[in-house]
Design a protein around this ligand. Sequence first.
Ligand code: MLT
Ligand code: MN
Ligand code: ZN
Length: 298
Amino acid sequence: MTLRAHILGAAAGGGLPQWNCGCENCNLARNGKIPSQTQSSLAVSANGNDWAILNASPDIRQQLAQTACLHPSNLRTLPLCSVLVTNGDIDHVAGLLTLREMQPFSLFATGAIHDVLSNNTIFDALNASVVDRQTIATGQSFDLAPGLSATLFPVPGKVPLYLEGDEVQTDLIGDQTVGVQLTAGETTAYYIPGCAVLNDELRTRLHGADAVFFDGTLWRDDEMVRAGLGQKTGKRMGHMSMSGPDGTLAAFSNLNIGQKIFVHMNNTNPVLRPNSSEKTEAEAAGWIIGQDGMEIVL
Ligand code: MLT
Ligand code: MN
Ligand code: ZN
């Protein structure tokens, strides 16, 4: 059994370029000097014919148009069997509204994430007679697509920005932010597009995996502050950053993982510039910088 993963969108919320951003990377992308990237989504398949989409990005219409393996094979016959969302963030759920045209598929999420969707009645546009919303408890294995099973597990994170109260815990462990274990035959891969900290439980879980697609939001925690784009640090957004002693490169350095691929990169991240020293440093540490359209076959 082969596990195929197709990166539909390698960028974090906002994409590259982000509509209102004049940072160095966004200007380079706007001018065609570096590749643009759409927002956070991964398509996976065990047989190359039936696909699941992990996170429905606001760019899903463009992503589907650009991805031949997801095109209709007949009038309304699609190779898409299911959609899974890993949190309630806008970059992961807004694309569900695009998938509303009476198209049957299963929609997998935890109870907490389904509650976010059902409390927003605009998502009723996904007609319940065709879209089967299935609540998946963490730790419970389920069939995501033919030959492809999945298990959700808690990842430190926070509630979506639009649900934040006065006090925000950024490393909450529950079922509001989850990672996905994917298993096809003997092959195991993980998808974790948002992670506040790599705790011991996660380290143990990921050790020995064939591939890990991981949160690459920022290179350094204060990157957006230094770029003059506001006061938000990576930590405040519930994301660990790539560099530094408690960064992702260091945290993964002793783990035995076949392929480590960064996804969910914010448009300010210097690794998105093909010639940057930061990209070279990440690659030297064994990381692949995810790109729209990249296919990883395991
Ligand atoms: C995040 O990953 O931190 C969120 O997508 C941010 C947002 O919703 O804008
Ligand atoms: Mn995001
Ligand atoms: Zn920017």
